[in-house]
Design a binder for this molecule. Structure first.
Ligand code: MN
Length: 496
């Protein structure tokens, strides 16, 4: 359901008429080479489309206006090969609604020492032309990403890749619909927030359906469709013996499959990109969706439990951003701690709903009591997750602004078997260390719910926050609490 190759970024080169036709032909030729090279680079997941050089306020306005309404255009890469007087950019930048990456590059990597003359100097002017453009964007207080480096340089490609992925996530949110089955878990604060402000800021809408609307669709699922899905479960996972056909709990597996099929049908019919549910509102459902939520996440839907719509939307955006990369993205909760001074760890899990995109082996499919919700035992996938660098991300509503909080963590391999823990789980060490990382998270008001990502970095999320115009707070290797508290205090003023 996610295909980044349908999306485009437009490569726009600025210049002016001053230089004459010969130079402008060279500018156009070089821009096409760079755009084609970015388009062909396997590191960049979207199409890069060359646009003719813009040389006047009218041409600049026209291309930005066109980008604003182009359905598949997710952003603009701007480059000033020559000097493009930036007052020409004001009217265009004033109406710009798409994210912008300012690529501060140069066609020639090296200065041709033996042959360089004033013709070369007149053509290869981005060193000062891009500063003129940069001033205008700073003067207009416009967020953008600035990438500096030669266009064939691996580091440049990597930074452009991060930004295009963030832009794809941002594009996906515009007009996106998320459905909540039931409200937020009663009395819970951090998962709640201002849905009107979120729609204005983020572009996605969140609306509620009574659980009865979903139950009706679940009850319409055919027995044949359930047969097919149950067979797929048996092929894909190691079923616990009681769930196998003929086993004493096999009917529960069929109930779980019916819930998954009903949920998916509901999401498809409503064109929803994600959903929330809550164990407090399951009237007419036999189980809390476990394997259903897990598998729908793996297909690309956003999800979070207990009505947490902000996290469900974030999970969806991060799945779009990480599309095609090795590793996965999942709804997550900081569940319990290992405070052993030799090896301090967080155990992340949820009651059921961890996405199998982060599983390190074939999951087992099991059934166990839930302990809350008062329904039948839910079926769930159980697995460990691979070690390696990862991040946890959370969006909180601070009342006057949204804050995107990211903690860089290091996932570690299980240090013991967990024979009695019937849920998928991950172990990680927060950076810079357990005590500082957790203290910073709590000081920043970060939620217990997050999106856990194996394939995105803080840079993707920082670019994403810039596009949405919200606060970005990073807890990483260099975090110290004195500086961190000051940053939070100063941001309070910056976002006043
Ligand atoms: Mn929870």
């Amino acid at each position: 359901m996610i295909n980044l190759k349908e999306l485009e970024v437009w490569f726009v080169t600025g210049s002016q008429h001053l230089y004459g036709e010969e130079t402008l032909n060279k500018v156009a030729e070089h821009s096409q080479v760079i755009a084609a090279s970015l388009n062909d680079a396997p590191q960049i997941p979207v199409r890069v489309v060359f646009k003719p050089t813009v040389k006047s306020p009218e041409e600049i306005y026209a291309v930005i206006q066109e980008a604003n309404v182009a359905k598949n255009c997710i952003g603009i890469i701007a480059w000033m090969h020559t000097f493009s007087p930036a007052k020409m950019w004001i009217s265009g930048l004033k109406i710009m609604q798409k994210p912008l990456l300012h690529f501060h590059t140069q066609f020639n990597r090296d200065i041709p020492w033996a042959t360089i003359d004033m013709d070369f100097m007149n053509l290869n002017q981005s060193a000062h032309g891009d500063r003129e453009f940069g001033f205008m964007m700073s003067r207009m207080r416009l967020n953008r990403k600035v990438v500096v480096g030669h266009w064939q340089d691996e580091e440049s490609l990597s930074k452009i890749n991060d930004w295009t992925r963030a832009a794809a996530g941002w594009h996906d949110w515009q007009g996106a619909k998320f459905v909540r089955f039931g409200d937020n878990m009663r009395y819970v604060a951090v998962t709640d927030g201002d849905k009107v402000e979120a729609e204005m800021k983020f572009g996605y809408s969140v609306n509620t359906h009574g659980i009865g609307d979903l139950v009706k669709v679940i009850n319409e699922v055919s027995e044949e469709a359930v047969d097919v899905l149950v067979a797929e479960y048996a092929d894909s996972y190691t079923l616990t013996p009681s769930l196998v056909k003929g086993g004493e709990r096999h009917e529960s597996l069929r109930d779980a499959a019916r819930i998954e099929l009903g949920l998916e049908a509901f999401l498809v019919a409503g064109n929803f990109k994600g959903f929330t549910d809550t164990f407090e509102d399951l009237h007419g459902m036999k189980q809390l969706p476990g394997i259903a939520a897990q598998r729908l996440m793996a297909k690309g839907y956003g999800f979070a439990g207990e009505g947490d719509w902000k996290t469900a939307a974030l999970v969806r955006a991060m799945k779009v951003m990480g599309s095609g990369l090795k590793g996965g993205n999942s709804f997550m909760e900081d569940y319990t701690y290992h405070f052993n001074p030799d090896n301090r760890l967080v155990l992340g899990a949820h009651m059921l709903e961890i996405c199998p995109s982060i599983a390190d082996v074939k999951p087992t499919c099991e059934i166990h009591p839930l302990g809350i919700g008062g329904k039948e035992d839910p079926v769930r996938l159980v697995f460990n997750s691979a070690p390696g660098p990862a991040i946890n991300a959370s969006i909180v509503d601070m009342g006057n602004r949204f804050r995107l909080l990211v903690n860089e963590v290091l996932a570690v391999a299980p240090i013991s078997t967990l024979p009695n823990l019937p849920v998928a789980r991950v172990l990680w060490k927060p950076y810079p260390n357990m005590h500082t990382g957790c203290a910073a998270w709590i000081l920043a008001g970060g939620a217990h719910h997050t999106c856990y990502s194996q394939n995105l970095t803080a840079e993707h999320l920082q670019d994403f926050a810039e596009m949405s115009g919200i606060e970005f707070v990073l807890i990483g290797k260099d975090t110290n609490l004195y500086q961190f508290k000051n940053e939070l205090r100063w941001s309070e003023v910056a976002f006043k």
